[in-house]
Ligand binder design. Structure first.
Ligand code: ADP
Length: 444
């Protein structure tokens, strides 16, 4: 891991992401910008692919114990270092989802320490394309202060302070500085000078000795200026932020990457499966709009029926063997997605954890049956937790990133049971209402 100027060494960018669907969002954008990209699911247990421009490790470290998040992030960063990555990027949510305990600050501290005593972290959650902007250190969500947006009431990470310098400052003992918009708008050289001043003698804009620097960005051009500035720095730097900065870095690196060099495998024809365990509003709309055969999974029914999964597997086989409409391959949706009141009822009766485990286990088993017994080689999975459970059951460790089905939602290529397969792992809130019908148009 070195600094200064882009080179053609691969991988250029090594990303430690704090959740799976966020990792896929970033990976889709980076691949779209022209870098060949892989995503490894979970703490790597085998070497990271070194033949891509951008290697992403998708952890589950947003809300767990900070010590565990640090341990997993360091393991991921070391594996990326072994693959020879030029820059390490700490991917967190574009709404800076965290609490005073972490995990953004503790992970940033650990990654900075890994790079050495002179290292700093530098970045921004700002992702203007999805309405996340940072101005004078304050984060806005679609023009509303973070602390006045719906994120204020997030069940796990309520964001009640929009001042990210303060928010991050509570998560670390290191000083937190700001490169504000008056510097950013002057361009890459001004940003680089401000960063250098912060780590050397006291500068015009920033005091000496800052270890974490947040950078204002209100439009993509600001992120491009920051990406260019990163190439001018001569201190070891951990990059950090949402998908926006990573994609800007990818844009600026794309000339150094081997665009289009990756040969992705062709996927056999066959029936198509959608698995939905997401409870989000957007997924509910996608399930409602889907025009094909739907098999519904109810955790309350499953809880009282030891052979419930067998019955669902039979229903699935029957649906898959039915003819597809107008010559298209059969496409079946297996859905646990339900109205919030139904989810609450199941949670009340079974407990939140048991309800989730029943749903995730059943969906994962059905996904495995579909691949092993029914010839399914193309699959959409909706919901972050659900995606993790299905991918784990299929034994998927690393995927390659393909075309975007929608912003933030790329098709991925995996090897499952020694054969290539296309998987689309979708965050609950991503994709248009018709995604379950349209995503196949760009499927491998
Ligand atoms: P999202 O965050 O978009 O809601 P996730 O898959 O991350 O999607 O999380 C949804 C969680 O809710 C999963 O753990 C899933 O197993 C659980 N779940 C899904 N459907 C139901 C249901 N009908 N009743 C109770 N829990 C459910």
């Amino acid at each position: 891991m070195r600094a200064a100027g882009w080179s053609t060494d691969r991988p250029l960018l090594g990303v430690v992401a704090d959740d799976l669907t966020g990792a896929c969002d970033l990976a889709g954008g980076v691949a779209h910008a022209g870098l060949t990209t892989s995503v490894t699911l979970g703490v790597p247990t085998e070497p990271i692919p070194a033949d891509v421009d951008c290697a992403v490790v998708a952890l589950k470290s947003r809300t767990n114990d900070p010590a565990e998040a640090v341990r997993d992030s360091l393991a991921a960063a070391r594996a990326l270092g072994d693959a020879g990555v030029r820059y390490v990027y700490q991917k967190y949510c574009s709404t800076f989802d965290s609490t005073d305990r972490g995990n953004i600050g503790p992970v940033a501290d650990a990654l900075v320490d890994l790079l050495g005593p002179d290292a700093i972290s530098l970045g921004t959650p700002a992702t203007p394309q999805v309405g996340r902007t940072q101005y004078l250190g304050h984060l806005f969500v679609n023009g509303q202060l973070l602390s006045e947006s719906s994120l204020r009431d997030h069940p796990l990470t309520p964001m009640t302070d929009a001042n990210l310098v303060r928010v991050l400052g509570r998560q670390t003992t290191r000083p937190v500085g700001l490169v504000d918009h008056s510097v950013v708008r002057r361009g890459a050289a001004a940003i680089a000078a401000a960063v250098k001043a912060s780590v050397g003698a006291a500068g015009e804009h920033i005091d000496a000795g800052r270890r974490h620097l947040l950078v204002d960005a209100v439009e993509d051009a600001d992120l491009d200026r920051l990406a260019e500035a990163i190439g001018l720095l001569d201190v070891p730097v951990v990059l950090g932020g949402g998908a926006g900065l990573a994609v800007a870095v990818a844009r600026s690196m794309a000339g150094a990457g081997e665009q289009g060099a990756e040969e992705l495998p062709s996927i056999e024809a066959g029936p198509r499966l959608i698995i939905s365990g997401s409870g989000s509003e957007r997924t509910r709309a996608q399930v409602a709009a889907f025009r094909g055969k739907v098999i519904t999974l109810d955790p309350l029914a499953l809880a009282g029926d030891g052979s419930g999964v067998e019955r669902l597997a039979r229903d699935l086989a029957e649906a898959v063997h039915a003819d597809g409409t107008a010559g298209a391959p059969p496409t079946v949706l297996v859905s646990a997605t339900a109205a919030p009141s139904d989810v609450r009822r199941a949670q009340k009766e079974l407990g939140v954890d048991r309800a989730a485990a029943l749903v995730e286990d059943a969906l994962a088993q059905l996904a495995v049956r579909a691949v092993e017994d029914l010839g399914v080689r193309r699959m959409i999975v909706a919901g972050g937790e659900t995606s993790g459970a299905v991918a784990a059951a299929l034994g998927v460790k690393t995927v390659r990133i393909g075309a975007l089905a929608a912003p933030g939602v790329p098709w991925t290529y995996a090897t499952v049971r020694d054969r290539p397969m296309a998987l689309l792992l979708k965050s609950g809130n991503f994709g248009g209402p018709d995604l379950f019908d349209t995503a196949w148009q760009v499927a491998p």
